[in-house]
Structures are given as C-alpha cells and as structure tokens.
Design a protein. Structure first.
Length: 93
C-alpha cells in the first residue's frame, strides 16, 4: 500500500467518518472502498455480471421478451407488467 494525503471539505470528512463508524470500519477502509467502487473494474467481468444480476433495472431488461430486431418496443407503455407481472395488473382492476 501507498500512503496518500487528500484534502476533504469538513462536511465530507464528517459524513464519511460517521458512515465508517456505522459500518464499524476505519475511515481509511471506508475511503479505500469508496474509491474502489468508483473505479472501472479491470479484468473482473464476473463482478460486472454479478452487479448486473443484482440491479433491478437489468433484471427487468433480462426478462423482456425478444421481438423483431431484438428489442422490446412497449417498455414505456407496459413497464408495470414487466416489473410486477400480471398479478399487479389484475389487482388494479
């Protein structure tokens, strides 16, 4: 590891320190994690796929039916059906 000094606004430092305390980790660990999350992953396609599977938007996109051209064209009009399924639609009636 390399020692690095950064300048933070007082409010940012206060909030980051408080959040680190909530997570029961050191401020340094919190800063390392925050910076790592902002960096693009290199050679970690599995991490990217895992995050995609956990993201609600991508889960929705994965469930969309394939249509001519490979793209669903009714997402805006029928997004509730895609998100919640037919049960939600029937419950509204």
């Amino acid at each position: 590891m390399t020692r690095t000094t950064i300048m933070l606004p007082d409010e940012v430092k206060r909030r980051a320190t408080a959040r680190a305390r909530e997570l029961k980790i050191s401020f340094a660990d919190f800063a390392r994690q925050a910076i790592t999350e902002k960096l693009p992953h290199q050679g970690k396609g599995v991490d990217r796929l895992k995050r995609r599977r956990e993201d609600p938007l991508f889960r929705l996109l994965d469930r969309l039916p394939l249509v001519k051209g490979g793209t669903a064209t009714d997402v805006a009009a029928h997004h509730d059906d895609y998100l919640y399924g037919e049960k939600r639609k029937q419950a509204k009636r």
